[in-house]
Ligand binder design. Structure first.
Ligand code: ADP
Ligand code: MG
Length: 519
């Protein structure tokens, strides 16, 4: 007796349908698994046997062959436990042979007691099931929330094998899972910009970075508020669009980092990996690959505090993903790609002791030490950072001020959201005019051709830009960067035109090169 049950596998953040075929014939009882399973799938036999007994079913005394098709793709993880057991119980008869499984997809790991444990990537699998025309998706209860983010398919939250068999046999039907209403979650009251004293230039730089999605580097002596400002970046970012939310949630679903009962991540991720982190955890990889921090930060912020403390080769692995906004991991059997479109916020002291260039304190580093420290940040990485801003030491008056002058995150976020809307509308008009802008969501993502076509300064602004280009000895990349930044400054201003003031501010946001990286 052959039975087929549908399940889903994962490739990167995309699911694909897997047919689990179970055949049993009278011979010495055996369990044989084929279809490119890795070791975690191969262990399923023992779990399935125990879960079967402990749920009160007889395990068939047959020679069983289980095939996971398509047989040319490597199957990983424990999510095939449930469909395999269903197939086996069907050959046994415990699952009625006339139960219709053709429009249903099953996933879940089994515990020895017969309850279901969570799996990685349920959201992606459910989306694949929907796209392939299936009508029902059965997930472990703890993954039902994320699966329910997919529209157009009914999700069932399964606790145990017994409950699932009773439902499929029609003896005790389960109700479909009802997700939480799809309203945006309120912004959680986290740290606020109102707590930051002084640092007007850096605050403005963070606002521009948030509005245009520009990468930013904060430089300054210790205790001036670099970590403080960076940690508040999430509080001024615009909300994610639905498509962005789905993409980001998919990555967290695959990585297994979704909080339980969260169906859709509404807030942009803010990831702050420590400098002791390995390159593999930062960009993703490993023998059973999972997305790294750069992908977990997709559509949000990656914050690297004390940037020069990161090993050079770890910093350098960021270059390609920063450029491509995706990362490809090569492995024995093909490659997988994870998206990683994030805004980089990095902070650093100007030297190891922290006081190079300080007006009062004396720097104790030798020129060679300063050079070594600063040169950890390579030219190619700097090239990908649009904004550099210096945070001076606070004056006593600034520090003890009552802070009533400091704007709150809500006020800044209001301006950021308005600028993003202005930008989105403008980008939409540009692409209607025939400028190809596929996938561009903010100014930071404009490539050089798109910059030339969409960021056109007025005649006066052009003159200023020419003067800056010649005086600062800019490269073509530097020229594009200033136009991109000026475009965001103009968007914050609600201005269609790029005027002198916008160019002037953009030039100011990249003027530290000559102080710290004079080449
Ligand atoms: N601009 C600031 N406004 C208010 N408090 C500040 C400011 N800068 C630093 N502080 C205080 O000093 C502490 C350390 O600041 P931090 O942001 O970690 O400095 P950095 O990262 O520049 O070394 C903060 O927790 C805060 O209490
Ligand atoms: Mg710090």
């Amino acid at each position: 007796m052959l039975s087929t049950v549908f399940s889903a596998g994962l490739s990167g953040i995309d699911g694909y349908i897997v047919s689990v075929e179970v055949d049993g014939y009278p011979a010495i009882p055996d369990f044989h698994l084929v279809g490119l399973p890795d070791s975690s799938v191969k262990e399923a036999g023992e779990r399935i046997r125990s879960a079967c007994f402990n749920s009160g079913y007889r395990f068939p005394e047959l020679a069983l062959t289980v095939n996971l098709a398509p047989a040319d793709r490597r199957k990983e993880g424990t999510s095939f436990d449930v469909p395999m057991l269903l197939g086996i119980l069907r050959t046994e008869g415990a699952l009625r042979r006339d139960a219709d499984l053709s429009c249903r997809v099953f996933t879940g790991e089994l515990s020895l007691t017969g309850s279901l444990r969570g799996v990685r990537g349920a959201l992606c699998m459910c989306a694949a099931a929907r796209d392939a025309g299936f009508r029902e998706f059965y997930a472990p209860a703890c993954n039902a929330g994320e699966a329910a983010a997919v529209e157009g398919i009914t999700v069932f939250a399964v606790d145990s094998v017994r409950q699932l068999i009773d439902h499929l046999n029609g003896t005790c039907l389960m109700a479909p899972f009802r997700g939480e209403p799809a309203e945006p979650a309120p912004m959680s009251p986290g740290p606020d910009f109102a707590d930051v004293r002084g640092q007007g230039a850096a605050r403005r730089a963070m606002e521009i970075a948030a509005a245009g999605g520009h990468n930013v580097l904060l430089i300054g002596p210790p205790g001036t508020g670099k970590s403080m400002l960076a940690g508040r970046m999430a509080s001024i970012l615009p909300p994610m669009t639905f498509d962005e939310a789905i993409e980001t949630t998919k990555i967290h679903s695959v990585a297994g980092t979704l909080p339980q009962n969260v169906s859709l991540m509404r807030q942009r991720p803010f990831r702050a990996p420590h400098h002791t982190m390995s390159a593999a955890s930062l960009v993703g990889g490993g023998s059973n690959p999972v997305p790294g921090e750069i992908s977990l930060a997709h559509n949000g912020v990656l914050f690297l505090d004390e940037l020069p403390e990161f090993p050079r080769q770890v910093i350098d692995t960021l270059r390609q993903p920063l450029e491509d906004r995706k990362v490809t991991i090569t492995r024995a059997l093909g490659r997988i790609t994870y998206p990683c479109s994030f805004t980089l916020v990095a902070a650093m002291n100007p030297c190891r002791c922290g006081y190079f260039g300080h007006p009062e304190k004396k720097c104790t580093c030798s020129p060679a030490e300063i050079n070594r420290y600063i040169s950890k940040i390579s030219g190619p990485l700097l090239d990908r950072i649009d904004i550099e801003v210096e945070l001076p030491s606070l004056s006593y008056d600034e520090l003890v001020s009552d802070g009533s002058a400091a704007e709150s995150s809500a006020v800044i976020r209001g301006r950021v959201v308005a600028a993003r809307e202005f930008m989105t509308e403008r980008l939409r008009r540009e692409s209607e005019k025939g400028v190809p802008l596929a996938g561009v969501r903010c100014n930071a993502q404009l490539d050089c051709a798109a910059v030339r076509r969409t960021c056109v300064p007025t005649a006066g602004a052009e003159l200023l830009l020419r003067a800056a280009y010649e005086r600062l000895g800019l490269s073509a990349r530097g020229y594009d960067r200033i136009l991109r930044l000026a475009r965001t400054v103009a968007d914050l201003d609600g201005s269609e035109m790029i005027e002198e003031a916008h160019i002037a501010q953009a030039v100011g946001l990249r003027s530290l090169d000559r102080k710290y990286w004079p080449h």
